[in-house]
Write a protein that binds this ligand. Structure first.
Ligand code: PGA
Length: 252
């Protein structure tokens, strides 16, 4: 049985006290209403990570980062290593988010190096892929996603690949309020599972968790998660409000 996951991506939001309050509230909620057969990961800014990781003790609820550096350590001013992230108690890291690809010029080669470094340090990788609007309109969205996965992820041996989760996030749906339709999400997730199957075999593909991200909220989560190949969500804006985020987790 593959894992069902809802991951929150706080992005560059919330000062320390606000983030701690939200994490404390979520922890309380999931102690009172235990997560059964699913995991919740809150991916905070680095500033919050140490304190949030140490305050979470609800079973199935863990913290993650939104990025890591590709080097082990050294003179990289302003950067954060995968080992540092792991040392906070965080369990996961998002790699290849479209905002990192677009605003910080992160390419497939760099993302492959970050993925390898994260895995070397025992972090679960949430690897993002997805096309921009012009690529979908041009009918090349499958090619784009295939290339991103082949270059960023499929260099891994099977046992390492199995520590990764894939997040399909159509860029035109991120933060826009426009969600992919359940049919569009299922179509791409099914395609992605097929790619994994071709590369690693059917058994691995069946075990691979594929999340949907892009304007997923409590009001549309259930119809997205109802699809056979959608195993949860990567949630941006809607992860900043406790009730909204908990309702998304309930929808899974
Ligand atoms: P959104 O962001 O839910 O605010 O659209 C999702 C993401 O970028 O991970």
């Amino acid at each position: 049985m593959r894992k069902k996951i809802v991951a929150g991506n706080w992005k560059m939001n919330m000062e320390l006290a606000e983030g701690v309050a939200l994490a404390t509230g979520l922890n309380k909620h999931f102690l009172a209403e235990p997560l059964k057969n699913k995991e919740v990961i809150i991916c905070t800014p680095f500033i919050h990570l140490g304190i949030v990781s140490s305050l979470l003790d609800a079973p199935g609820l863990t913290a993650g980062a939104q990025n890591c550096n590709d080097h082990k350590s050294g003179a990289y001013t302003g950067e954060i290593s995968a080992a540092m992230i792991r040392s906070t108690g965080a369990r996961a890291v998002i790699i290849g988010h479209s905002e990192r690809r677009t605003y910080y010029g992160e390419d497939d080669t760099l993302l492959a190096a970050k993925t390898a470094e994260a895995l070397r340090n025992g972090l679960m990788v949430i690897f993002c892929c997805g096309e921009v609007l012009s690529e979908r309109e041009g009918g090349i969205h499958f090619d784009v996603v295939q290339r991103q996965l082949e270059r960023g992820l499929f260099f891994l041996p099977e046992d390492e690949f199995m520590k990764c989760v894939i997040a399909y996030e159509p860029v035109w749906a991120i933060g826009t309020g426009v969600t992919a339709s359940p049919a569009q999400a299922q179509e791409m997730h099914h395609f992605i599972r097929g790619l994994v199957s071709k590369k690693y075999g059917m058994a691995v593909a069946e075990e691979t968790t594929i999340l949907y991200g892009g304007s997923c909220k409590a009001s549309n989560a259930a119809e997205l998660f109802a699809n056979g190949d959608v195993d949860g969500g990567l949630i941006g804006g809607a992860s900043l409000v406790k009730e909204e985020f908990c309702n998304i987790v309930n929808a899974l």
